[in-house]
Design a protein around this ligand. Structure first.
Ligand SMILES: Cc1ncc(COP(=O)(O)O)c(C=O)c1O
Length: 400
C-alpha cells in the first residue's frame, strides 16, 4: 500500500495517513478482517517515519476502524459507521434576531437535570456512558494529590493535565502548547469567559441557528444582540453570514464545528477554512465550541483553531461528554495576547478548578483507560443509534 501525501499541507502527515486508510475502509477497498501493512512496511512504502504510522494506526484504532491483535498486527474492523441516510435537513433560511428574552436558562437547566435523574431521555445535550474502573482510578488520583489539597492551585490548572490535553489535541490536528491551555469548570465556564472577554452589552454576536441554549443564555444575560445564521447541511450558511458580517460588524461568532448541538452536523475542512477567512476579513473572532470532540464515529477534520495563525479562534473542550459532567473539567485554548486577560478573569471567578477533579481526569488520561473508554463508548453509542434507526424505519414501514 502506498499513501499519497501532501507535504506542503497544514494537515499533519499522520492525519493524512489516517484519513486515507479511513477512506479506504469506508469505500470497502479495505475489507473487514483484512490485515494492514506492518508499521515498518507502511513507513517504508510511504516514506514516513515509523512514529507517524504508529500515531495514525492508534488514532484509527481509537476511532474503531481498525484493531490490533497481539503479535499479529493491525486488522480492519467490522463496519462501525452509521448508515448513510439521505439528508432531509432543509430549514427555512431566515436569519433570526430575537427581540424578547427566551425561556429562562435556570428553568431549562434544572428541569433537564431533574428529568435525567428520573431516567427520562433529555435531548438538550449529550451524556456519557459511565467509565469503568472509576473507583480505582479515583482512589489513585486522590492519593496522588492528597498533600496538595492543603494548598491552593494555579488558575490555569495543573501542568500534567494541560500536557495530557495538549497531546489529545495534537492527535486531532491541533498543535498546542500547555501554556495556551486553561482548565475551566466545564466548558460552560470557558464559554462565559470568552464571551465576557470579547463582547460588551449591545454588541452584535453571530450564532448558528439553532444552537446550544447555554451559550444563548450567557449572551442574553450580558445584553448582547444575537444574530442566528441558519444551518444548512454543510454548516452555517456562509452567504448569509457574510451579509451580516458586513452589515452588523459583530464582535464574536460562536460555532460548534463538530457534532453540532442540536443538529449533530460536523463541518468540512473547506467550510472551516471559509469561516476562518470570513472572520479575518471582517475582524470577527471565532469561539469554537468542541464539547463533543472524541465522540465522532467517522474521522473529522482538524478544528478551526488548527488553521488559525493569528489568534482569531478561542477553542473550548470538555470531559463532560466523554467522562463525567459532575467532575466539571473543561478547557480552553487561548493564544497570543488574549491568554493573560482571560486567565485573570478565570482567577477572579473561582481561583481554580477542583484539584481532585483535575487529578481524576489526569489519572484517566495517564492510565490509557480514556482511549479504551472512548472507543467502547463509541461502539455502544453506535449500537444504540443503529437499533433506534432500525426501530424508526420499521415504524415508518408500518405506517406506509
Ligand atoms: C455544545 C455544548 N457546549 C457546552 C456544553 C457545556 O458542557 P460542560 O459545561 O458540562 O462542559 C454543552 C452541554 O450540554 C454543550 O452541549
Amino acid at each position: 500500500m502506498k499513501i499519497p501525501l501532501d507535504r506542503q499541507s497544514a494537515t499533519p502527515l499522520y492525519l493524512q495517513v489516517r484519513d486515507r486508510i479511513g477512506h479506504l475502509v469506508q469505500v470497502g477497498a479495505l475489507q473487514p478482517g483484512e490485515r494492514l501493512p506492518s508499521i515498518r512496511t507502511l513507513a517504508e512504502t510511504t516514506g514516513v517515519n515509523k512514529l507517524t504510522v504508529i500515531e495514525a494506526y492508534s488514532v484509527l484504532e481509537a476511532d474503531g476502524l481498525i484493531y490490533a491483535r497481539q503479535g499479529a498486527g493491525y486488522f480492519v474492523n467490522r463496519p462501525t459507521t452509521a448508515p448513510k441516510l439521505e439528508s432531509t435537513f432543509a430549514p427555512a433560511q431566515t436569519v433570526i434576531i430575537p427581540e424578547a428574552p427566551g425561556i429562562s436558562f435556570f428553568r431549562l437547566y434544572t428541569a433537564s437535570v431533574q428529568a435525567h435523574q428520573q431516567g427520562m431521555i433529555d435531548l438538550s445535550c449529550g451524556f456519557p456512558h459511565p467509565p469503568e474502573d472509576l473507583q480505582r482510578v479515583s482512589r489513585r488520583a486522590v492519593a496522588q494529590v492528597a498533600e496538595t489539597l492543603f494548598n491552593y492551585d494555579m488558575p490555569e490548572g495543573q501542568l500534567t493535565l494541560r500536557k495530557q490535553i495538549a497531546q489529545i489535541l495534537v492527535q486531532q490536528g491541533l498543535e498546542v502548547s500547555p501554556n495556551h491551555l486553561i482548565i475551566t469548570n466545564g466548558s460552560k465556564q470557558g464559554l462565559s469567559l470568552a464571551i465576557h472577554y470579547y463582547v460588551r452589552p449591545g454588541d452584535w454576536v453571530i450564532v448558528e441557528s439553532p444552537t446550544f441554549h447555554g451559550a444563548l443564555a450567557i449572551l442574553e444575560s450580558l445584553g448582547a444582540r444575537v444574530i442566528g445564521i441558519p444551518m444548512t447541511a454543510e454548516g452555517m450558511n456562509l452567504e448569509l453570514l457574510e451579509q451580516y458580517l458586513r452589515s452588523h460588524r459583530p464582535k464574536l461568532m460562536y460555532t460548534i464545528s463538530t457534532l453540532h448541538n442540536p443538529t449533530g452536523l460536523t463541518t468540512s475542512q473547506t467550510h472551516r477554512q471559509q469561516l476562518l477567512a470570513l472572520a479575518q476579513q471582517y475582524d470577527c473572532p471565532i469561539l469554537e465550541d468542541n464539547a463533543y470532540e472524541g465522540l465522532n464515529f467517522e474521522p473529522v477534520p482538524p478544528p478551526i483553531k488548527a488553521l488559525d495563525q493569528q489568534d482569531w479562534v478561542t477553542y473550548i473542550g470538555t470531559f463532560s461528554k466523554t467522562l463525567m459532567p459532575g467532575l466539571r473539567v473543561g478547557y480552553m485554548v487561548v493564544t497570543g495576547k488574549h491568554y493573560q486577560p482571560i486567565l485573570e478573569r478565570k482567577l477572579l471567578q473561582d481561583l481554580h478548578v477542583s484539584t481532585v477533579s483535575q487529578a481524576i481526569v489526569s489519572e484517566y488520561l495517564a492510565s490509557g483507560h480514556y482511549r479504551r473508554h472512548l472507543s467502547k463508548m463509541r461502539t455502544k453509542k453506535l449500537k444504540v443509534l443503529n437499533s433506534k434507526l432500525k426501530a424508526e424505519k420499521d415504524k415508518l414501514k408500518e405506517i406506509k
